[in-house]
Write a protein that binds this ligand. Structure first.
Ligand code: PMP
Length: 288
């Protein structure tokens, strides 16, 4: 059965879902995207993902040609049309086709694409034993150059760091910001636990404000775990008791080694494990 893709206003078979070679999404990475997940038929924090998509678009002066309600329906319909109950959804809005020049004013027809697929998680072993990660030499792009809060179609900054991680035998890599502070990983936010307090870099460290990150901060508050945003250095992570990453695809995943330094006792810590469990309960309990 071919997958069905939502393109602009209707579902079409995968091989009919095409964009122009003149689309600035392809030519320049000019566009925005989102990644969402559905659990037992309910899309986790759909409204928050749509808000972030609309904010990304607003920041690059791209007008999304459909309403949030229509986008929300497209997400639900695309999952249903592909018989996906537990699935991953990619929303893409491109600038549309134009000439071979940067000017977005000379483009027309932004393309709205919704792809639903099965989710490919990291192997179960990583969730039980924890990840090894390395710091990439590639810095996270400075907010003065392009805000990392924009989830744009140009992910080369993250891809460069991902390649470095893979080269070192790691599935994720830590990225520092232009000041040398901890920012985030290539597709995940980062947390650590120091003296019983959960810490994560603030959004002005130049990160994507992750929806999983925000859910984990709420869960920590609800569980009475002290939690706050803090500027972190690599030293803070190297000497932390616990470390973990959060993301829509990864959920909550422990980190047990950074740049060859063992974190805590080298096994996922108790706060990480309790937040991981609480997150699993949350995604199954929240109403769509
Ligand atoms: N940082 C980056 C750079 C990302 O691409 C992602 C994944 N979208 C995240 C963090 C995690 O964000 P979320 O929890 O909203 O998936």
């Amino acid at each position: 059965m071919p997958r069905l893709i939502f393109m602009n206003d209707r579902l079409v078979p995968e091989d009919e879902a095409r964009v122009s070679v003149f689309d600035h999404g392809l030519l320049y990475g000019d566009g925005v995207f989102e990644g969402l997940r559905s659990y037992s038929g309910k899309v986790f924090r759909l409204a928050a993902h749509l808000d972030r998509l609309w904010e990304s678009a607003q920041a690059i002066r791209l007008e999304i040609p459909i309403s949030k309600e229509a986008m929300s329906k497209a997400v639900v319909d695309t999952l249903a049309a592909n018989n996906l109950v537990d699935g991953y959804v990619r929303l893409v809005v491109t600038r549309g086709a134009g000439g071979l020049g940067l000017d977005p004013g000379r483009t027309s027809n932004p393309q709205v694409i919704v792809i639903a697929d099965t989710i490919s998680l990291y192997p179960a072993e990583f969730y039980e034993k924890g990840l090894r990660i390395v710091t990439a030499a590639t810095q996270r792009i400075s907010p003065a150059a392009l805000s990392p809060r924009i989830k744009s179609l140009n992910y080369l900054n993250n891809i460069m760091a991902k390649v470095e991680g893979l080269q070192a035998g790691c599935v994720e890599a830590l990225m520092l910001n232009h000041k040398g502070e901890v920012a985030e990983c290539t597709g995940d936010n980062v947390f650590c636990v120091r003296s019983g307090t959960l810490l994560t870099p603030p959004t002005d460290a130049g990160i994507l404000e992750g929806i999983t990150r925000n859910a984990v901060l709420e869960l920590a508050h609800a569980a009475g775990i002290p939690a706050r945003e803090a500027v972190l250095t690599r030293h803070d992570l190297y000497t932390a008791c616990e470390c973990f990453l959060t993301g829509t695809a990864a959920e909550v995943i422990p980190v047990v080694e950074i740049d060859g330094r063992r974190i805590g006792n080298g096994a996922p810590g108790p706060i990480t494990r309790s937040l991981k469990d609480a997150f699993h309960k949350l995604v199954r309990s929240e109403q769509a």
